[in-house]
Ligand binder design. Structure first.
Ligand code: GRF
Length: 201
């Protein structure tokens, strides 16, 4: 893609979509030079779908159990993304491991946000894992996606100190606050500085 051209991005989410909202607002305000071509959601009842409707962003939602295999639903996702001219994918609380069909179609072009300082606390409930481990510092990581669970190359991280009287809830609030600032900022940098494969001339 030539420099200066607006990227078309897809966001993938499974839940509430507070990160989706932060990114969509940043796009709407012209801070991220992209248009959100589509939300992909594997939970047809998720609140993120309502958020997408408010922003008039097209949604493809599906249930994995309606397909014989991951290969089949990922094939359909790839064809939706191709139809919509999607260049890059940003995962924002998408609770599935990306399979080889999507990885092969969008290699080097899929990014995820994770609520811990990776490689510490990968996988589910990273905030709870860090809280229970009583670490002094945890945080947020934005990274490229590879075959593993939260294992791809790290793009950026921000740390947060665990307060003496921290609760699981207060920690979650702090982490989400950081996510909503960091993810739009990193996406903007990736798309404007030609860091991602395919944004080069
Ligand atoms: C975020 O904490 C994100 O880091 C993780 O899933 C959560 C999604 O939250 N991957 P939301 O749906 O964006 O509110």
């Amino acid at each position: 893609m030539s420099k200066g051209k607006k990227s078309r991005i897809a966001l993938f989410a499974s839940g509430s979509g507070s990160n989706f909202q932060a990114i969509a607002q940043s796009v709407q305000q012209g801070e991220i030079p992209a248009s959100i071509a589509m939300l992909i959601c594997d939970q047809p009842d998720a609140y993120v779908i309502k958020r997408a409707e408010q922003f008039q962003i097209p949604v493809f939602s599906f249930r994995a159990k309606d397909y014989p295999s991951k290969l089949e639903f990922e094939k359909e996702i790839v064809s939706k993304l191709r139809e919509a001219g999607v260049d890059f994918i940003f995962l924002a609380g998408y609770m599935r491991l990306i399979g080889e069909t999507l990885l092969n179609a969008y290699r080097g072009k899929i990014v995820n946000i994770h609520p811990s300082l990776l490689p510490a606390f990968p996988g589910k409930d990273a905030i709870g894992q860090a809280f229970n481990a009583q670490v002094k510092v945890t945080g947020v990581t934005v990274h490229f996606v590879d075959e593993g669970m939260d294992t791809g190359p790290i793009i950026d991280q921000e740390s947060v100190k665990m307060a003496v009287d921290e609760t699981r809830e207060s920690l979650q609030e702090k982490i989400q606050g950081i996510e909503h600032e960091l993810y739009p900022k990193v996406i903007k940098t990736l798309l404007t500085e030609a860091v991602m494969e395919g944004t080069k001339e």
